[in-house]
Design a protein around this ligand. Sequence first.
Ligand SMILES: Nc1ncnc2c1ncn2[C@@H]1O[C@H](COP(=O)(O)OP(=O)(O)OP(=O)(O)O)[C@@H](O)[C@H]1O
Length: 663
Amino acid sequence: MGTLDDERQYVERCKAGLRRMLEGARNNVIVGETVAGDRYSAERLGRHLKSLAKELSEEPDGPPFFGRLDFGPGSAEHAGRAYYIGRRHITGEGGGPPVVIDWRAPLSRAFYRASARDPQGVAVRRRFGWSDGTLTSFEDERLEQGEQAESKILAAEIERPRVGPMRDIVATIQPEQDDLVRAELDASLCVQGAPGTGKTAVGLHRAAYLLYAHRQRLRRSGVLVLGPNRAFLGYISAVLPALGEVDVEQTTLERLLAGVPVTAADTEAAAAVKHDARMAQVLRTALYARITKPAEPVVVPDGSSRWRVHENELRRYVDDTRRESLPYGVGRERVRARIVESIRRQAEARGRTANAAWLRGIGRGVTPFLDVLWPAVKPEEVLYEVLSGSGGAPLTPAEWAAITWGKVPRSVKSAAWTPADLVLLDELAALIERPRGYGHVIVDEAQDLSPMECRAVARRSEHGSLTVLGDLAQGTTPWAATSWPERMSLLGKPDGQVIALTTGFRVPSAVVELANTLLAALAVEVPATRSYRSDGRLRVTPVNALEKGVVAAAREALRFEGSIGVIAADTAVEAITSALWDAGLDVGGRLSVLPASLAKGLEFDHVIAAEPAAIASAERRGLNRLYVVLTRAVSRLDVVHAEPLPPQLSLPAQGQVPAGASG
Ligand SMILES: Nc1ncnc2c1ncn2[C@@H]1O[C@H](COP(=O)(O)OP(=O)(O)OP(=O)(O)O)[C@@H](O)[C@H]1O
């Protein structure tokens, strides 16, 4: 077993290896540009090598490894060998064995899974501690001798003050998380986890793992990560690139669906109806109502003659095509092809040879008839018609009244679309043409998806698999999920397994205890969790004037390291921000103020929750929103309130400071 000095020498070997890889990649960029068979592959290869070269040169100082496994006699394959585990594979000298193994390789699994009870052949597991790119310590567990201890390096990583965007957790993935990260590509999973149990982290690492284990398959079909909003995407977007994965599409559902600009808002009643699954039927009915019963023959002029297809035959073509359940646009072309085919048979019966140009001409001649029988249509045209007031089942008259326009826009072009309309337009677009699908889709904060949004996700993962991440207790939309199996069915994966994560890595116990007092009022069944963290601080401060109280709390918070998030009801954000500015505090650096509606998925080292009662009363699921807000804190939570706290929130005995202590 090496000493710290030996290990530091090994770091140098790894750095030399990385330099070799970098040089190799740079040379290959030049070679790749000249030798690839065609321009397209040359470009692709060049791009790939360039991005590899860029990645390697951008991270020369990152820790090349975080763990080491020494296998003992219990391992049939690796007895007597040692392996270093890191974020990326580093090749050995002269084509020798790699000096570092990728954390996703099968061999690395034992690093995460081996235990004293089940050592999996590992004699010693070593974890390394780094500080600013320098190796500073290591810890050993002699697993084959039954020795396993709480890791200080692990605890320090989990308890470190948070600054900046989310980081990867490859060095400290826990066994229950590893199970999910490495689940088979074909498995669709749903992860129910309380705040801070690592759902987002698991989802992102799963994306990286799947791309490693199934690179060929996923390179073609792609991996999509969907998050709730831009702030969240900004927060998570560095994790996958840090793991060497730059080809994952990370976006919000709204941006994915954005085909038209959103310039209007829905009433609550309209949004509720538009997001209901019955809208799928409404839209399908409206689209297919455009198809008409053939009432007259198709007559296509061809030089001096004319070809006819009788209406009975046309009726059969339309009916047969409808029975095939093709997308609407494909169906239209199928009807055209059937009519052209009928004309071709007639022509051949009369001794004419039908060449491709002639067939194309006949096809064009069919268009005016097709425009009546099975008209080409745009999603906006159908939705325009629906929202202009269609009526009828399955919606009630009151529901129709909620969604139809008070004043019908003069034309499709002048219609102002709402966010919910984007979902409906996407449904229509998919009825007309099949959308692009992905090999794997990861949806975060999935408890908030509406049934119609679930359909939009389901379409994109129809031939792939899904990782659904969420927490029923954090549902804040009017249509938020109350049961996962039901949501998995809406997402097109009724057999998807639902798994709970129950250890929290973000929120300290005192804060979890406070937030948990809200659970009873949230009307969802979620498993109890335990916090990994006994550190942290909770303080509840009644004040006379809210802004003044928040300023005092922020000023004090700035004395600690790490990020500070002041989270308030959306309407209070402006006043609080001004108060902080007026007090000379620099908002925008490590101190940010954000509306409760944007806090989901984020975390701050220190959270100042301003006026819980206002957050709770701002919306129908305000208590769920408050639960989200209270659980954003990593080290310290300050609850500052001028009004009484919501009655559903009960303060744990300790942690409270006397009234008037601040502000
Ligand atoms: N195994 C781990 N090792 C170190 N840190 C971890 C681990 N698992 C989770 N964390 C950290 O805990 C915090 C919470 O993780 P994450 O945001 O993924 O949780 P979440 O379940 O998505 O939370 P929420 O539901 O509140 O959005 C993050 O800072 C993450 O890096």
